[in-house]
Design a protein. Sequence first.
Length: 217
Amino acid sequence: MSELTLIIANRNYSSWSLRAWLALTATGADFDEVLVPLGRPETADEIRRYSPSGRVPALRDGEIIVWDSLAICEHLAERFPGAGLWPAEPRARATARSVVAEMHSSFQALRTHMPMNLRASRPGEGRGPGVEDDIRRITEIWRECRRDFGAGGPFLLGGFTIADAFYAPVVGRFHTYGVAVDEVCQAYMDAVWALPAMARWVRQASEEGMAVERYER
């Protein structure tokens, strides 16, 4: 058994789980997974076995428990400094932290009207109030990060960082809902979609065979 265990929910729906899982996978460390299916009578009690907040993801690292996706990523950045989960250069690192915090606390319209559903194809749907404003801001972030810090690779700050883990669910949403973006943003989305860890998560989401009715409407 690994010292690290990540507790997640359905891969198809749980954007928060995806963020932590991508960051943990990027460390190269061995870890165990516990998947708690959503939408079942026992779901809440089962999650509380692992997470004081009653939400996933949660990370067990030996005797340490971390139960928020951003806190998990920060813990991993400290635990595995060689993984480069934050950029080394101070300005790039400050930008990465800022855009991650913005994603963590903002974009409620997008979350509400375009819930993550990686198995679905719903082009043109989800354009509720405020969604276009969220899309404009997100694509602005992507373009500015790529312009200012993207010379070292195809991701927001060049190499893969926590920022990409946090925006990967948006890439999934844009795929599902057919959001058209410019060439810079499309290239970024293609890079995230082609990331082996992301491809593995999407494949497993398509194979997990669990559907929750309220997320399928």
